[in-house]
Design a protein around this ligand. Structure first.
Ligand SMILES: Cc1cc2nc3c(=O)[nH]c(=O)nc-3n(C[C@H](O)[C@H](O)[C@H](O)COP(=O)(O)OP(=O)(O)OC[C@H]3O[C@@H](n4cnc5c(N)ncnc54)[C@H](O)[C@@H]3O)c2cc1C
Length: 420
């Protein structure tokens, strides 16, 4: 008996997790990615309890935690390092939500995810760029560069913010592709040895200045990931290309001048960074749930709801998507007496029975988070002394109400299992 083939486009965050879930449910997933070799990518991710719970289901949470240091605190300061708020709330996450929050180098996570797929005997095809999709009531064909094509039972588009799957899906629904929207903010990011002054506390640290915001968090016991966000009118493509050594020197000089008088720990990180990358921050107008899917295709992660990074939820929401979508799919066991019945669920009614409820469940939560992240970015990078004072006062006030902060995290981190 041949297992139904699932075409998974994109082997970033969501793709590998879906590959794992579908394989274990009796399908034949094939994961395609346009890059010639998966691995080196960007800077880092903060994985929160909701995302780590899903990584635990694919057996990776322990490896991620062994690599990093659980977050113990939130710590907010003025640009000079004068503290305006601090809380040990994150140290309670592991007990409360079964998993902590941990930062991890993106390349490390990518390699773990790829190895997980290969260990499970899931086919991974690197250097396959999706160009287009055609579908019938019962099958879908993905067309790749070089004139290659592969037909399967259904397709999941996890090809990120510039998803070709989204473009094809919208076009097949008679809608022009919307384009990613520049949020007006850019980020310059790097990875450095943790400066001595920051070593005592594994904190997510925010420094707030006029028109500039800096964030940092540990990604290993000795290394910290940092990012400088600033308002810029000029769009900056997110190529994720690390700067060459000569460009790094120039970037360091620019950042040192921008951050003159800031907390010396920040300048230390910038001047010792092993890599620096700069990119624009984009999101997209929200897509109605009915646009997330067609007869044989469905979008997940950034392909459906790309977000700017200010709430640290993009990858975590992609993981939640993976859980909910695969949870709704039938388990296929050729030896089970229900096999024919389960297979029939993948017939022409698949979209209505599974993709539609999935999109209706996920769209409201992710749309709110995309809007929230955009607003958070604008708040953080306040410009002008009046706006900065207001922002700093609001931060101090929020720390005076720790129960309020805990409530916000409660609604995020108790997912994705609490209602099942
Ligand atoms: C600066 C920054 C910091 C962030 N920090 C955090 C954070 O701390 N926590 C968090 O939860 N989220 C964070 N995010 C968001 C997070 O990176 C994304 O939400 C997450 O990666 C989405 O996962 P995905 O699998 O949907 O897409 P991606 O991880 O983007 O993966 C898409 C994959 O598809 C491949 N691909 C693209 N086009 C094609 C094609 N045509 N054919 C085949 N393959 C294709 C790409 O090569 C890539 O491997 C951050 C984002 C940014 C920009």
């Amino acid at each position: 008996m041949t297992s139904p083939t699932v075409l998974i486009i994109g082997c970033g965050i969501a793709g590998p997790v879906l590959g794992n879930f579908y394989k274990r449910k009796g399908y034949r997933p094939i994961v395609f990615d346009k890059v010639p070799e998966l691995g080196d990518a960007g800077a880092s991710l903060m994985l929160m309890s909701n995302g780590l719970k899903v990584l635990n289901l694919v057996g990776l949470a322990e490896a991620v935690k062994a690599e990093s240091t659980p977050l113990a605190a939130f710590w907010d300061a003025k640009s000079t390092g004068e503290v305006i708020g601090q809380s040990d709330l994150p140290s309670t996450f592991a007990d409360k939500y079964r998993q902590p929050a941990v930062g991890i180098r993106r390349t490390t996570l990518n390699l773990m995810l790829k190895k997980m797929l290969l260990d499970l005997d899931v086919e991974v095809r690197e250097g396959w760029e999706l160009i287009d999709i055609t579908e019938t009531d019962e099958s879908v064909t993905a067309i790749f560069d070089g004139g290659r094509s592969v037909t399967g039972s259904f397709l999941i588009g996890c090809d990120g913010i510039k998803a070709a799957s989204r473009r094809s899906l919208l076009r097949n629904q008679g809608q022009a592709e919307d384009i990613p929207v520049f949020t007006g903010l850019t980020q310059t990011a790097g990875i450095s040895e943790t400066p001595a002054a920051l070593r005592g506390l594994a904190a997510m640290r925010n420094w707030y200045g006029d028109g500039v915001h800096v964030i940092s968090y540990p990604i290993t016991p000795t290394q910290t990931s940092w990012a400088v966000t600033q308002r810029e009118t000029q769009e900056k493509e997110e190529t994720w290309r690390p700067y060459r050594p000569d460009e790094m020197t120039e970037q360091r000089a620019q950042l040192s001048s921008l951050l003159e008088g800031w907390d010396p720990s920040i300048l230390k990180m910038i001047n010792t960074s092993e890599r620096i990358i700069k990119f624009g921050l984009f999101d997209r107008e929200e897509l109605k749930p009915s646009k997330w899917h067609s007869k044989r295709c469905v979008l997940v992660g950034d392909a459906a709801h790309p977000t700017s990074p200010h709430l640290g939820q993009g990858a975590n929401q992609a993981f939640e998507d993976c859980f909910h979508l695969s949870h709704a799919m039938p388990f296929l066991d050729p030896n089970s007496k229900d096999y024919a019945e389960q297979l029939a669920l993948l017939g022409p009614g698949l979209s209505e029975a599974i993709f539609k409820p999935f999109a209706e469940k996920r769209q409201p939560r992710t749309a709110l988070l995309v809007q929230g992240a955009r607003a958070q970015g604008n708040r953080r990078v306040a410009t002008g002394s009046g706006a900065c004072k207001e922002r700093d006062a609001a931060i101090m006030e929020s720390y005076a109400n720790l129960a309020g902060i805990a409530d916000k995290f409660e609604s995020l981190l108790r997912e994705p299992f609490q209602d099942l």
